[in-house]
Design a protein around this ligand. Sequence first.
Ligand code: HEM
Length: 228
Amino acid sequence: MAKIFRGALLFAGYETTASSLSCLLLTLLQHPAELAWLQQELDGLPWPPAQAEAVTAYDASRAPRLDAVVKEVMRLTPPVGGFFRRTRKPLALANVLVPADQVVQVSITASHRQGSGNEDLEVFRPQRHLSGTCTATLLPFGGGERVCLGKALAELEIRLLAVGLLKQLTLALEPDQDLTLRVIPSPSPKDGLLVRPHKRATVVGKGAALDAAAPDAAAPDAAAPDSD
Ligand code: HEM
């Protein structure tokens, strides 16, 4: 029993966060305009964060572009594809009557790609989260009483690692690798993600705050205002 629990916690705590990070790096390397747009924000942030600020240094108020990128990566490649609930009483779900004592699977993957209108929800576009136009219901950590216990830790780990890596290194995808995602147990390139790191030439520190959603020269297309 203890073994099963340890295995479950290893998946919950390690596999999911590793998946988020590899998908984040892969997606950014495949979208250089969005990477440049994000890097512009990261260049204005300190690294390493002051000890007293380690938990808040890269939160949504200080790093809105990073927050939008993390949201968008988790929207398109959620580390957990779904979760389950058992009905206690009959329940009407989208006009379907589900009897009591039935297991219902909530598909996170499907919910993240279903919006109210003609949004391009198949496309990676972090800016949608800044302009408030994303109508898909985002549930990467589940919800309600059984929401992920490690949510705050995972959100923090992802941001710290993303800032630490992207501020200090330029990464390039190694050629000739199969980047097809395997989805089980969590999305990640099926043969791993091979990148070539180079130390970034510019030493970057605290800079002027950016208008997160403002169009900028580094990523004209990526930063164009949402039209959906
Ligand atoms: C990106 C990282 C993570 C994602 C996307 C994620 C996602 C999820 C999801 C979707 C659930 C099911 C929630 C529900 O049923 O409503 C869950 C449950 C859980 N997660 Fe995470 N998780 C992540 C990281 C972590 C970490 C780092 C830990 C622990 C250190 C953790 C511990 C747990 C536990 C213990 C549960 C079961 C909660 C319960 O049933 O009450 N998770 N997680």
